[in-house]
Design a protein around this ligand. Structure first.
Ligand code: SAM
Length: 273
């Protein structure tokens, strides 16, 4: 048995499944006295229940390898779909140098993946990445640097409150994955979510809809920031479809639609100014 196989067996014996044991061994490869100590400490964190993404400190998101830690939400596979939708729309519209606003940027997942993939298509976009958490903005900046993306501005703001008003009417695309779990629902969910920032997950109720407050604010206030024909794409909770459609129509958006995610759940509001 080679050194790596031996370590994989050790981690499986300690209680990890084979896939996770392999990931950890690869992460700390080549084995040395020091890296084995670090690997065992990482394995213990995982065995204590911490998500693998935080234990490794990075995780793939579309074409990026995002640095992640407990200051930011672990980006979800549905959100990769949101990036795909947004990219498709931008390409279809042939916007030469799109200005993108990512509301609640967290690790920077959505906005940075869009910039990166646009660049691969020869399109140079710029990104305003906004979050109410200064910690999240730090992680976004680190991820932008890691991926060589320099047309990124970070803004500390609660939604649009402190956003520079010179951006009014100038944004081509607003993307958002705001908190959308109600407090009552959160109490019933897997306790592993307790490793992630509560402020990234839980939202107040609104219009008699659980966890809808932040989605409602974003839909209600996005229109004036967009260029004519500009798009809003906003992720939301399973129970939010009709409230989101209603909010978008009330905010005078047109071509309003709501799409399912890959699991068949109502998930993405798409609306045009
Ligand atoms: C569900 S996480 C999404 C993170 C990232 N966009 C992603 O998809 O992985 C929601 C983000 O919204 C931020 N947030 C929560 N309330 C906010 C507010 N009032 N204004 C701006 N950002 C807020 C949180 O800090 C968190 O980073």
């Amino acid at each position: 048995m080679d050194a790596n196989s031996h370590l994989v067996s050790e981690l499986i014996d300690a209680g990890l499944n084979r896939r996770e044991a392999r990931w950890l061994v690869e992460e700390f490869s080549p084995p040395s006295e020091e890296s084995i100590v670090a690997m065992r400490a990482a394995a213990q964190r995982r065995l204590n229940g911490e998500p693998m993404q935080y234990v490794l400190g990075h995780w793939p998101f579309r074409t990026l390898d995002l640095d992640l830690d407990a200051r930011v939400l672990i980006p979800r596979p549905e959100t990769e779909e949101l990036v795909g939708l947004a990219l498709e729309e931008l390409v279809k519209r042939n916007v030469p140098e799109p200005l993108i606003l990512d509301l609640g940027c967290g690790s920077g997942a959505i906005g940075l993946a869009l910039l990166f993939e646009l660049r691969q298509l020869g399109v140079h976009g710029s990104l305003v990445a906004l979050d109410a958490s200064r910690d999240a903005l730090e992680v976004t900046r680190a991820n932008a640097t890691k991926h060589g993306l320099d047309s990124v501005t970070t803004v500390h703001s609660s939604w649009f409150e402190d956003l520079d008003r010179s951006l009014l009417g100038r944004v081509d695309l607003i993307v958002a994955n705001p908190p959308y779990v109600g407090a009552a629902e959160f109490a019933t969910l897997d306790p592993v979510l307790g490793y992630e920032p509560l402020s990234a997950l839980v939202a107040r109720d609104s219009a008699h809809v659980e966890g809808f407050h932040d989605v409602e604010v974003i839909i209600g206030q996005s229109c004036p920031w967009l260029v004519a024909n500009g798009l809003l794409i906003c992720e939301h909770g399973n129970m939010h479809r009709s409230a989101a459609l209603h909010a978008a129509r009330s905010a005078m958006f047109v071509d309003v639609r709501d799409l399912d995610d890959m699991f068949g759940n109502p998930r993405f509001l798409v609306a045009r100014r």
